[in-house]
Design a protein around this ligand. Structure first.
Ligand SMILES: [Zn+2]
Length: 93
């Protein structure tokens, strides 16, 4: 293996821990829900999901889960439901 590839691999290992360097601009995914598989996407700053709940609420458990997973790698201002994903306080009233 040539030395330039080794250098790139070392850099990649470091980048894995610096996720804020990455900003997804768009993607599509299939999400295996509890009752069916749903198709979801993020494009032009908007989330979409094929489930019935999303159709009437513009958000669903699938989009919220992926938002949480990718939160460091999404452009700021694209996570409108971020606050409800904060861990519950153990002694919250
Ligand atoms: Zn959904």
């Amino acid at each position: 293996m040539n030395s330039s590839i080794i250098g790139k691999m070392e850099k990649a290992k470091r980048y894995v821990h610096e996720r804020s360097r990455i900003n997804f601009s768009e993607f599509e995914a299939d999400f295996q829900g509890e009752h069916d598989t749903y198709h979801m996407s993020y494009r032009n700053g908007s989330w979409r999901c094929s489930c019935n709940f999303f159709a009437t609420n513009d958000v669903c458990s699938h989009t919220m889960a992926v938002q949480k997973l990718l939160s460091e790698m999404m452009p700021k201002g694209t996570l409108p439901h971020e606050i409800c994903l904060e861990p519950a306080l153990p002694h919250a009233r």
